[in-house]
Design a protein around this ligand. Structure first.
Ligand code: CA
Length: 248
């Protein structure tokens, strides 16, 4: 394990987009605690925004107060515990309150501890990494159409047009248990990570996202340019982006 001190910088922006009456995405981060989270809620009425905000708040609280030291759980264990506890509390709240019945949320997170970097994912929000001017998608979407694409039963173009493109196969809060994907990465100075909701990736191709990330060196400028481009392309859904840069 690397013992080098690695510094991070981050910025985030969320926008209702041009068509939706409300914003069911939520975003939060703490550079100090190395926790960066984007969630995209679903459910009737205002339930989606309740689920996504609860997930962000609980993940930040759980991982911000994680025990340190020799006996502490590994970063992946701590992340898994936080995700399971968050899932259970959203699920329980939805069962208690009929107005929130069926609510759930995606979750994509980037977690840092010392020289370690872990990406976690449930659902179809995404994490990308820009390294040496090349954009690479780190997470795999838990969506019906993406799973068909991976099985070779559908082309990416067909997936984008499919009426089933909104169907996700994993979410937080909709069932009594959840399984997250974990991606262990080696951070390098200059790496730029993007966590985003599908309101960004439905509107912009990876090449367009890459071009924007290669532009403005200021992180808040990058967020603004991404959101503006997605709105210009249609803005059909809520748009959220969180960028995290590994500093020298
Ligand atoms: Ca969405």
């Amino acid at each position: 394990m690397s013992t080098a001190v690695v510094h991070y910088a981050a910025a985030a922006l969320t926008d209702r987009g041009r068509k939706r009456p409300s914003n069911e995405d939520a975003v939060g981060y703490s550079v100090e605690h190395g926790v960066y989270i984007v969630c995209d809620g679903m459910g009737g009425a205002a339930a989606g925004e309740v689920a996504s905000q609860q997930a962000v708040d609980e993940m930040l609280a759980a991982l911000g107060n994680a025990p340190a030291g020799e006996d502490a759980p590994s970063l992946e264990e701590a992340a898994d515990q936080a995700i399971c506890a968050t899932n259970e509390s959203i699920y329980a709240r939805a069962r208690r309150n009929p107005h929130l019945s069926g609510m759930g949320t995606t979750l994509v997170g980037l977690l840092v501890r010392g020289g370690e970097l872990l990406v976690v994912n449930v659902g179809d929000s995404r994490c990308y990494r820009l390294r040496q001017q090349r954009l690479e998608q780190i997470t795999l979407d838990h969506s019906l159409v993406e799973e068909q694409v991976r099985l070779g039963r559908m082309t990416p173009a067909e997936a984008l047009r499919s009426p089933l493109r909104n169907v996700i196969t994993r979410a937080l809060g909709t069932q009594n248990s959840v399984t997250a994907d974990f991606f262990h990465l080696e951070p390098e100075p200059g790496d730029l990570f993007l966590l985003c909701s599908d309101g960004l990736t439905r509107e912009l191709k990876d090449a367009q996202i890459e071009a924007i990330l290669l532009g403005d060196p200021a992180l808040d400028g990058l967020c603004r340019h991404l959101v503006e481009a997605a709105k210009k392309a249609g803005g059909q859904d809520n748009i959220t982006c969180l960028v995290v840069r590994v500093e020298a």
